[in-house]
Design a protein around this ligand. Structure first.
Ligand SMILES: Cc1ncc(COP(=O)(O)O)c(C=O)c1O
Length: 349
C-alpha cells in the first residue's frame, strides 16, 4: 500500500503537527512578501525577470549551463526523460524510485519510453552489476537503453558520492546518459556536507524541487546542458507547463534558496530526536534518514496509532501496512513537535 494512504477514521479538530510530508509547508510571511513584490513578465516569451533570475541562480549553484522552471517534480522528471529518450528507448531506474512508482507511468504513457525497474539497495542506490545486466544489447528485439535515472535522497537516505559513482560508472561505460531525481537533493547536500555542484557534476540532468523541504508553494527546476534544456523547454510547452507571469512563483523559489537551505539541518536533527524517542519506547522498528522517520508498529495496528495521534492534533499517513513515514519540515513548530513526542509516549505507555 502507498506511503501516502490517509488514516481511516482519523478526526482532526485542530492540527498541531502534520508529519505526512514536507510538501505540506505553506509560504511564510517573508516568502509571501517576496512573491507580492516580484517583478514579472510573460515567461513563454522569456520575459519574466524573476524566473530568469531563478533559472540562472540554480544553474550556477549546480554548475550547469542552463535551467528550466516547471510546476512540479513529476513534470520535471517527465520532461527530462522525454528530452533524453525517444519512443522505444529505455530508462533504467529503481523499482521504488518516484519516476517508476509514483509518476503515473507518464514517461511510458506519454512518451513511449520503457522503464526497466531494478531492485533498490538498502542504502538507496542500485547495484552496479544489475545496471550492467539491464543494459540491452544492440539487437532489434530490444528497446534501446538510453538513460540511467537515480534518486537522492531516496526515502530520506542520502546516497553517498561513492555509491552514486559506483552506479554511474557502468552506465557511462555502456554509453547511457544519467539523470538524477533530486527532489530532495538539498537534504542530501546537507547530510553529505558537499555542495550541490559536487552532486550535479556526476549527472547530465538533475531535477530539484523547491516545494518540499525548501518550503516554496510550487515549483521544480531541471538543470543540465543548454541543448538538453532547450529540448526540455519545448517539451514543457507540449505537456502544458509553459507558464506566463510565473515570476511570483520564482520569487518564492529564490526566497527559499536564500532562507530555507541551511535550516534543513534542523529537520534532520528533529528526525533524529523523533527516531530516538520511538526507539526508547520499544514499540516497533525504527529507521531514520535526513528528515524522514519510518516506524513499523510491532502490533501492526497502524491505523490505531494514526487515530490516537489525530486526537492529539498530529497528522500521519497511517492508513497502510508496514512502515509509517513521518517527515520533518519547516512548518513543524516546537509546540507541534513536543505534542507529537508526548502523544507517542502516552499511546505506548
Ligand atoms: C523523490 C521524489 N521525486 C519526485 C517527486 C514529485 O514531485 P511533485 O509532487 O512536485 O510532482 C516527489 C514528490 O514527493 C518525490 O518524493
Amino acid at each position: 500500500m502507498s506511503q501516502y494512504t490517509q488514516t481511516p477514521g482519523a478526526q482532526h479538530n485542530q492540527v498541531l503537527c502534520d508529519l505526512r510530508s514536507d510538501t505540506v509547508t505553506r509560504p511564510d510571511a517573508g516568502m509571501r512578501a517576496a512573491m507580492a513584490e516580484a517583478e514579472v513578465g510573460d515567461d513563454v516569451y522569456g520575459e519574466d525577470p524573476s524566473l530568469n533570475r531563478l533559472e540562472a541562480s540554480i544553474a550556477e549553484r549546480a554548475g550547469k549551463e542552463a535551467a528550466l522552471f516547471l510546476p512540479t517534480g513529476t513534470q520535471s522528471n517527465l520532461v527530462a526523460m522525454l528530452a533524453h529518450c525517444g519512443r522505444g528507448e529505455e530508462v533504467i531506474t529503481g523499482r521504488d524510485y518516484h519516476v517508476y512508482k509514483y509518476e503515473a507511468g507518464g514517461a511510458s504513457a506519454l512518451g513511449g519510453i520503457i522503464l526497466d525497474p531494478l531492485k533498490v539497495s538498502a542504502d538507496g542506490g542500485l547495484e552496479p552489476a544489475d545496471i550492467t545486466a539491464a543494459v540491452k544489447e544492440d539487437d532489434s528485439h530490444h528497446p534501446i537503453s538510453r538513460l540511467l535515472s537515480l534518486e537522492n535522497t531516496h526515502n530520506g537516505k542520502a546516497v553517498s558520492l561513492a555509491r552514486l559513482d559506483a552506479c554511474i560508472v557502468p552506465a557511462r561505460e555502456a554509453g547511457l546518459s544519467v539523470h538524477l531525481d533530486g527532489a530532495r537533493v538539498f537534504n542530501a547536500v546537507t547530510e553529505l556536507g558537499c555542495d550541490l555542484a559536487e552532486i550535479a557534476k556526476r549527472f547530465d540532468s538533475v531535477s530539484i524541487c523547491l516545494s518540499k523541504g525548501l518550503g516554496a508553494p510550487v515549483g521544480s527546476v531541471l538543470v543540465g546542458p543548454k541543448d538538453l534544456i532547450a529540448r526540455a523547454r519545448r517539451l514543457r510547452k507540449m505537456v502544458g507547463g509553459g507558464m506566463r507571469q510565473a515570476g511570483v512563483l520564482a520569487a518564492a523559489g529564490l526566497y527559499a534558496l536564500d532562507h530555507n537551505v541551511t535550516r534543513l539541518a534542523e529537520d534532520h536533527a528533529r528526525a533524529a530526536t523523533l527516531a530516538e524517542t520511538l526507539r526508547a519506547l520499544g514499540a516497533g522498528a525504527v529507521d531514520h534518514n535526513t528528515n524522514m522517520v519510518f516506524f513499523t508498529p510491532a502490533d501492526g495496528d497502524n491505523a490505531a496509532l494514526g487515530v490516537a495521534l489525530a486526537k492529539a492534533g498530529v497528522v500521519l499517513s497511517a492508513g497502510g501496512t508496514g512502515a509509517i513515514r513521518m517527515v520533518l519540515h519547516k512548518d513543524v513548530t516546537s509546540e507541534g513537535f513536543d505534542a507529537t513526542l508526548a502523544a507517542l509516549k502516552s499511546y505506548y505507555s
